[in-house]
Write a protein that binds this ligand. Structure first.
Ligand SMILES: [Zn+2]
Length: 439
């Protein structure tokens, strides 16, 4: 089975529900860039794909960075003078600033306020805050909770640890017919947040799971890594193999209802950039392509000038462009199975193009061959789609000069890639063209 057969045989409803189920399972876990939350999450992914989990020790030098101490948390709360928990980590793991150092202390409201974070514009939502590289502590709460805090003496408890340990990440390598690689990367470091980033984890996991049953041209490398430090670590440890990566995508924010957004690689006109834009254009869905900028997800590292890999970022609504981003409102209602499934289907189409974007050579290049004689020309015409099919064949015949890929032909003709690919298959079967340099 190839990717086209897979895309056509999949029940989107079922895949959407499966991906959403994985998000529900991962949602309660308190993840961070290091610690047991990430490990527990990777173990859950292992039920779907045979991930290798790498453990990189604290203090490992990775380019200009150092793998940080490992953070773990058991519990946290703020109690008032009556002993009532006014903020409780067990209600939401967003309540604690991620990477907070341990503390157990009594303090006044005035002292406590320096360590509290809210979003006054959205008074019911809890913000998500981190402090990975500065040792501090804090609590996040809804602004309404904040307004209810009375002038009182409070007991603050954060039962966390920040010690030498390891940074864990997951890697799954799927071997294809050639050693050239497609990189699919997602970050795994956010606690209870669905679109950023559980949606990327779920879609990556199910892409890996479904691809593993196929006969593939390219090899695929799936990375499940903590944001920034994870990709820096991976690049540092795998620098000698990075040139094998021919195309790559960072997946994030793929489960919301918004339009598709594709952030191009730093190269801007890499094959992956052209493929994603071609597929989105023909998808009939609202979409937008944006140029690379050195801000965002791990494409920042893959596209740093010393690597400059052809890696773009595939999203629906981008980071920072939806108010729920990095708040408790990016919850299990914000992502939906149907949106996850639609993203999944677009990604399968993108990978189908990557797998089949060959060049062909016409074996009958002097004037048009007679298609009718070969059963390739519908004399009666008028059948739905038959005109487009014939046009696709004429374009493929004309541009099968060894210089044009099927993507070039799709772009130039304005015809859907799968139509062009079908035409190329029919013409190959009829002996009119032959595939070149099967890449
Ligand atoms: Zn984020």
């Amino acid at each position: 089975m190839n990717l086209y057969d897979l895309r056509d045989s999949i029940d989107n409803n079922d895949v959407g529900k499966e991906m959403y189920g994985l998000i529900e399972e991962l949602y309660p876990i308190c993840r961070s860039i290091t610690g047991n939350g990430a490990r527990q999450s990777l173990d859950i992914l292992k039920k779907h794909i045979p991930l290798t989990i790498q453990e990189i020790p604290t203090g490992t030098q990775v380019f200009d960075w150092t793998v940080p101490k490992e953070w773990n948390i058991k519990d946290a709360c703020i109690k008032n003078s009556k002993g009532d928990k006014v903020i409780d980590f067990q209600d939401s793991n967003l309540h604690v600033v991620n990477y907070s150092v341990p503390i157990r202390k009594e303090m006044t409201l005035a002292e406590l306020k320096d360590h509290l974070h809210t979003i006054p514009e959205y008074p019911d939502w809890i913000p998500y805050r981190t402090s990975y590289y500065k040792e501090t502590w804090g609590f996040c709460l809804s602004h309404n909770q904040f307004l209810k805090l009375e002038d009182d003496d409070y007991e603050v408890l954060i039962d966390s640890s920040l010690k030498d340990g390891h940074l864990a990440y997951g890697e799954y390598y799927l071997s294809g017919r050639n050693g050239d690689e497609i990189l699919i990367s997602c970050h795994i470091c956010h606690p209870s947040l669905s679109n950023d980033n559980l949606s990327g984890i779920a879609v990556s996991t199910f892409l890996a799971k479904y691809l593993s049953s196929l006969s593939l041209k390219f090899s695929y490398r799936f990375l499940f890594i903590p944001g920034t430090i994870g990709s820096i670590t991976w690049l540092s440890l795998n620098e000698s193999n990075v040139s094998k990566i021919k195309h790559g995508l960072v997946l994030a924010c793929v489960g919301d209802s918004g339009r598709y957004t594709y952030k191009k690689s730093r190269l801007g006109n890499a094959e992956i950039d052209r493929i994603v834009m071609n597929i989105l254009k023909h998808s009939g869905e609202e979409n937008k392509a944006i140029d690379f900028s050195p801000y965002g997800y791990d494409e920042r590292q893959y596209c740093s000038p010393g690597f400059n890999l052809p890696v773009g970022c595939f999203m629906r609504t981008p980071y920072g462009e939806y108010p729920e981003y990095h708040t408790s409102a990016d919850n299990l209602d914000f992502v939906q199975p149907g949106y996850l499934a639609a993203s999944f289907s677009i990604l399968l189409s993108i990978l189908s193009v990557i797998e089949s974007n060959d060049r062909y050579l016409s074996l009958n290049s002097k004037c048009e061959p007679q298609l009718g004689r070969r059963g390739l020309y519908d004399h009666l015409g008028g059948k739905a789609g038959s005109k487009a099919r014939q046009l696709a064949m004429l374009w493929v015949l004309n541009l099968s000069d060894g210089n044009h890929t099927l993507l070039d032909i799709s772009d130039r003709s304005g015809l859907d890639f799968s139509l062009i690919k079908n035409a190329a298959d029919s013409l190959t079967d009829s002996g009119l063209i032959t595939v070149m340099d099967k890449r």
